[in-house]
Ligand binder design. Structure first.
Ligand code: BG6
Length: 490
C-alpha cells in the first residue's frame, strides 16, 4: 500500500493546529518511512508567504533533535498554495497544483491514487471549504479522504446540521472525524487488554466492578485560548468527545471483528444506552486566581467576558443501562488549572465477598493514559517478612521500565497513518457523534438558559470543594488508605 501515489493537502496550514500537530506528525511518519514513497504535501491557507516562510512555520514545532537532512528531505515534498476559503479560482489553482505535481511525477490519472484533504480549520469556514473542495478540487478518478477536526457543532442540532452538510458532499466512507484521544497509545490498548486476556473480560461487568472513573486533569488554564474556550467550556471541549469516546471503549461489548464498522457499532450501542445527563448528577466549577496572585483566574483572561459562567471543570455521573453495566456508576471528570496533568481510567472492583481477611481496600485496575503510560492493578498481598498482616501493593506494567526503547508516537501520527491506510476504526462515525451530543445537549442548554453558576476553585487546586465526596457519595467509591501511593517509575 505504501506505494500508492498520495497527495495530502493541509488546509489551515498556517494555523496553530497544523503547526503544532499536523506537520510534526507528518514529519514523524516521513522519518519512519511510513509515508507513501510518492507523496506530495501541499499547505493551503490565506496568508501570503514564500515557500521558505512556509517551511519555517511548518517546522517550528519539530523536535530540536530532528535530523537536518531528514527535515530537508521532508521539506522537498512540502509545497504551499495561498488562497481564500471562499474563492473558486483559488481552489481551482490548488487543483492545478495537484495535477501539475502528478504530471511532473509521471503519475497518470488512470493509476490508483489517494488525495487526502486535512481540514485544520476553524468551524466558521469549515463547510465553505468542504464545498469548495467538492466543487473545484475533488478528483473522481482517485480515492478521496477528508479529515475533519472538532468542534463538530456545539449541540445536537448544530452537529446534525454539520453532518448533513458534510454528508451532502462526501460519503461517510470518505470522512475521517478526528478525536485525537483515539490515537493515544493507552486508549488504543484498551481493546487488546480487554479482549486478548482471559482474566479481564471475566470480571468486566456489574458483578465484579463497583464503579469506574475517567479523569482528565490539566495543570494550566486557558492561557491564550480563552476566546475559543469560552464559547465551548470543558464539557464540549473534553467530555463530550475525548472522555465519552474512552468510556465507550471501556464499556463496549466484544465486536465481531476489529473491522472499523464492527468496532464502531459496538461503541455506538453503548452510547445509545446512556440517558441524557442531568444537572443534579453534575458538579461544575470555574477556576479563580491563586490567593497569592501568582496565577490568574479564568475571568482575568482578557478574551473572557467578565460575567462568564463557562465551566472549566465538570464532574458527572453517568449510567450505562445494559445487562453488563446496570447499577455501575461511571464518573467522568475534566478540569483545567488543576493540581496536576493526568488522564486515567480507574476501575474499582467490589469488596471481596468472604470474611477470611479484614477488608483492607478494594482492588483497582488503573490505566494511565498520560503522562507515563501504565497499567497497574492495586493488589493485596501478605506483608513481606515475618508479619502475617495484609499490605496494599500493585502489579505494575509501567511502559517506561517495561519498554525501554520504544518511543510512543504522538496520537496524530498514528491517526494520519490510519487515514493513509483507509482505516476508520479510530475515527468517530456520524451516528456516534449524534449519540454523544444527545447525552450532553439538554444539560448544556439548561446551564445556559438557567445561568447555572459554576463553583469557584483555586488555580492549581484539586477542584471545587467536595470534589472527592461527590465520587464517594454518588458512585460508592471507597478510598484506599492515604498511606498507599502508586509511584510512577522515575
Ligand atoms: C483538546 C482540547 O482537544 O485536547 C484542549 O481542546 C485540551 O483543551 C487537549 O488541552 C488535551 O489533549 P492532550 O493530548 O494534551 O491530553
Amino acid at each position: 500500500k505504501n506505494d500508492v501515489p498520495t497527495t495530502i493537502v493541509v488546509f489551515g496550514a498556517s494555523g496553530d493546529l497544523a503547526k503544532k500537530k499536523t506537520f510534526p506528525a507528518l514529519f514523524h511518519l516521513f522519518e519512519q518511512g511510513l509515508l507513501p514513497k510518492r507523496v506530495s504535501i501541499i499547505g493551503y491557507a490565506r496568508t501570503q508567504m514564500t515557500i521558505d516562510e512556509f517551511h519555517k512555520r511548518a517546522t517550528s514545532h519539530f523536535s530540536p533533535d530532528a535530523k537536518k537532512d531528514s527535515v530537508a528531505a521532508f521539506l522537498k515534498v512540502c509545497n504551499y498554495v495561498s488562497g481564500k476559503y471562499d474563492v473558486d479560482a483559488d481552489f481551482q489553482a490548488l487543483r492545478s497544483e495537484i495535477d501539475g505535481h502528478e504530471r511532473a511525477a509521471n503519475i497518470s490519472n488512470e493509476c490508483e491514487r489517494i488525495h487526502v484533504y486535512y481540514m485544520a480549520l476553524p468551524p466558521s469556514v469549515f463547510v465553505d471549504v468542504a464545498g469548495q473542495i467538492k466543487r473545484n478540487v475533488y478528483d473522481e478518478t482517485c480515492t478521496n479522504r477528508v479529515v475533519i477536526e472538532k468542534p463538530f457543532g456545539h449541540d445536537l442540532e448544530s452537529s446534525r446540521k454539520l453532518s448533513h452538510d458534510i454528508g451532502a458532499l462526501f460519503d461517510e466512507a470518505e470522512v475521517f472525524r478526528i478525536d485525537h484521544y483515539l490515537g493515544k497509545e493507552m486508549v488504543k490498548n484498551i481493546l487488546s487488554l480487554r479482549f486478548a486476556n482471559v482474566f479481564y473480560e471475566a470480571v468486566w461487568n456489574r458483578h465484579y466492578i463497583s464503579n469506574i472513573q475517567i479523569t482528565f486533569k490539566e495543570p494550566f488554564g486557558t492561557e491564550g485560548r480563552g476566546g475559543y474556550f469560552d464559547e465551548f467550556g470543558i464539557i464540549r471541549d473534553v467530555m463530550q468527545n475525548h472522555l465519552l469516546q474512552v468510556l465507550s471503549i471501556v464499556a463496549m461489548n466484544q465486536p465481531q471483528s476489529l473491522g472499523a464498522e464492527d468496532v464502531r457499532d459496538r461503541k455506538t450501542e453503548v452510547l445509545r444506552r446512556i440517558l441524557p445527563l442531568q444537572l443534579e448528577d453534575t458538579m461544575l466549577g470555574q477556576y479563580v486566581g491563586t490567593k497569592d496572585g501568582s496565577k490568574p483566574g479564568y475571568k482575568d483572561d482578557d478574551t473572557v467576558p467578565k460575567n462568564s459562567i463557562t465551566p472549566t471543570f465538570a464532574q458527572c455521573v453517568l449510567h450505562v443501562d445494559n445487562d453488563r453495566w446496570r447499577g455501575v456508576p461511571w464518573v467522568i471528570k475534566a478540569g483545567k488549572a488543576l493540581d496536576e496533568a493526568k488522564m486515567l481510567i480507574r476501575i474499582q472492583f467490589k469488596d471481596m465477598p468472604n470474611a477470611l481477611f479484614p477488608k483492607l481496600a478494594r482492588n483497582e485496575l488503573v490505566i494511565q493514559v498520560s503522562p507515563k503510560e501504565a497499567v497497574y492493578i492495586k493488589t493485596i498481598v501478605k506483608e513481606p517478612g515475618l508479619s502475617t498482616s495484609l499490605a496494599m501493593s500493585e502489579l505494575d506494567l509501567s511502559y517506561k521500565t517495561r519498554y525501554h526503547d520504544v518511543k510512543i508516537p504522538d496520537a496524530y501520527a498514528t491517526l494520519i497513518l490510519d487515514v493513509l491506510n483507509g482505516d476508520h476504526s479510530n475515527f468517530v462515525r456520524s451516528d456516534e457523534l449524534d449519540e454523544a451530543w444527545r447525552i450532553f445537549t439538554p444539560l448544556l442548554h439548561q446551564i445556559e438558559k438557567e445561568h447555572v453558576q459554576p463553583m469557584p476553585y483555586e488555580y492549581g487546586s484539586k477542584g471545587p470543594d467536595g470534589v472527592y465526596q461527590f465520587v464517594e457519595n454518588r458512585a460508592g467509591y471507597k478510598r484506599t488508605s492515604l498511606e498507599y501511593h502508586w509511584e510512577a517509575p522515575q
